[in-house]
Design a protein around this ligand. Structure first.
Ligand code: ADP
Ligand code: MG
Ligand code: ZN
Length: 490
């Protein structure tokens, strides 16, 4: 009988909250690229005699994320000291939460392969402070050679929300999706930039494997994955390793392992026996955190429309496909931009197409963010309405669009510089133009009229010439129709 193996995965996600100042002092949280140890003060350096003061914005962001994760927010909570010795932690304890986390018992949906929603339990969300950073290098500033270690406390005291999931995830792909949903959510809420590469969203993955014969291996906690891809690869590697050990009848021990991305393996860094005893005890320097009456309700009312609700509304209200609704609600700026493009009453579908193909292409090609996009939503709205009313062809619109991107000009000067008129080319004007082309291509016309253009290639060629002459400003079916009638008419 062959054995079946089921992976069990639970994730701990640390999200850096996007407050301007640190969680217990007024130092700036803007540490990326800052000169080491410049965003520091006696408090976040852990000097004696300093007292922490809780940042209200960090609480607000934490509550906002908790509510969006369907958690119950505790009205009265407190902080604990988590003690451990490491050079990046100047006080030798981290202020965190322990028995009374800010929020508990939530869930978030992911989509299974068959398209159904699957809720993943959120055990808790709590607030804590970040630690500093060790930098390995040499004293003359070179970061290679790593003969010495330096410590930069700029990150110490930056607010974090730790979001702990239930062990509900079953595959690396599900774990990846769960993280991307959380990331999208914190970005929508504006509580974090959620950037895994920069380290503002960090994932520790707990993984164990159950065997159909009843054995269930101890879990490993994997750290150091800097991207969604790395998370998925690390879990795949770890699942294989567990299955191999169980198949060989080996005992799996509980341990912490480090993902090495370049080698594609995990390496044991600490076993349970070596695990820290954190000696948690209540933080005596901070009073209990008691949220004012009505606070949670107020935060709930202030939540923006969440990405999945917005996606469903885009499908239902604008008739967009699943894929277009997902693309356009992927981030809040794009969803807002889309809806702003609709204010002039243009076709939602055409607008969606245009954003997906043209706007996103330009953004990707230039690695640009929407906020830096040179064309405003109301100009796109105006173009879409002209296209809807057949006053501007798709080809002409693209030409004008390119012109506006390159020269940051406004719509009307771009149109006149591209020699494109808002009426397009139609009716008598188009008929005259077709006649002119026919005159210039007498020999081709003769062949067609003598019935020798059997596969219609020559007629297509003439149509191409006309379209080129109009630079796409004519309606192709009108061109075909005029062409056919003039060719018959001899
Ligand atoms: P710790 O405090 O040691 O990190 P927790 O009980 O808080 O342990 O669990 C941390 C994470 O481990 C949670 O995300 C949880 O879902 C996950 N987890 C717990 N048990 C298992 C298991 N048997 N297999 C995989 N993950 C697990
Ligand atoms: Mg843990
Ligand atoms: Zn400080």
């Amino acid at each position: 009988m062959s054995l079946l193996f089921t992976p069990v995965i639970g994730l701990e996600i640390h999200v850096q909250l996007a407050t301007a100042s640190k969680i217990f002092c007024s130092c700036s949280t803007d540490y990326i690229g800052a000169v080491p140890n410049t965003n520091v003060c006696p408090l976040c350096l852990g000097l004696p005699g300093t007292l922490p003061v809780l940042n209200a914005k960090a609480v607000e962001y934490g509550v906002r994320a908790s509510l969006a994760l369907n958690c119950t927010v505790r009205n009265a909570t407190r902080f604990h000291r988590k003690n451990y010795f490491y050079p990046d932690l100047p006080k030798a304890y981290q202020i965190s939460q322990y028995d009374l986390p800010l929020a508990e018992h939530g869930f978030i949906n992911i989509t299974s392969e068959d398209g159904t929603l699957r809720p993943i339990g959120i055990t808790r969300l709590h607030l804590e402070e970040d630690a500093g950073k060790l930098v390995h290098g040499t004293s003359d500033g070179r970061l290679t050679g790593a003969s010495q270690s330096f410590v930069d406390y700029n990150r110490g005291g930056v607010p974090l929300a730790e979001i702990v999931s239930e062990p509900d995830l079953r595959t690396p792909a599900e774990a990846r999706q769960y993280v991307s949903v959380i990331r999208q959510l914190v970005r929508y809420l504006g509580v974090s930039d959620g950037d895994m590469e920069k380290g503002s969203l960090r994932v520790d993955a707990n993984i164990s494997v159950k065997c159909s014969d009843g054995r269930w291996g101890e879990r490993a906690e994997i750290k150091n994955m800097n991207s969604l891809k790395a998370l998925e690869r690390a879990l795949e590697y770890e699942i294989k390793r567990h299955i191999k050990m169980l198949s060989e009848g080996k005992i799996i021990i509980q341990e912490t392992r480090h993902w090495n991305d370049s080698q594609g393996i995990t390496i044991s860094s600490r076993s349970k026996e070596e695990a820290h005893d954190y000696r948690y005890f209540p933080e005596p320097d901070l009073p209990p955190l008691v949220l004012p009456d009505g606070y949670v309700k107020e935060q709930l009312d202030k939540l923006p429309e969440l990405p999945w609700d917005r996606k469903r509304r885009f499908k239902d209200t604008y008739g967009l496909s699943e894929q277009d609704s997902a693309t356009l609600t992927e981030n809040r700026d794009m969803a807002d931009f889309y809806e702003n493009c609709l204010i002039s009453g243009g076709s939602p579908e055409r607008t969606a197409n245009w954003l997906r193909t043209e706007v996103l292409r330009v953004l990707n090609e230039n690695k640009m963010e929407l906020k830096d996009f040179p064309i405003s939503s109301h100009i796109i709205a105006e173009m879409i309405v002209m296209m809807d009313n057949r006053k501007l062809s798709n080809t002409a619109a693209k030409e004008v669009f390119e012109h506006m991107i390159e020269n940051s000009s406004d719509l009307h000067s771009a149109m006149s510089l591209c020699d494109i008129s808002a009426g397009g080319i139609a009716g008598d004007q188009l008929r005259d133009l077709v006649s002119k082309i026919l005159e210039q291509n007498n020999d081709v016309v003769r062949v067609i009229r003598s019935g020798e253009d059997l596969n219609g290639k020559k007629q297509k060629y003439l149509k191409g010439l006309v379209m080129r002459e109009t630079r796409g400003q004519a309606d192709p079916s009108e061109v075909s129709w005029i062409l056919a009638s003039l060719l018959e008419n001899n």
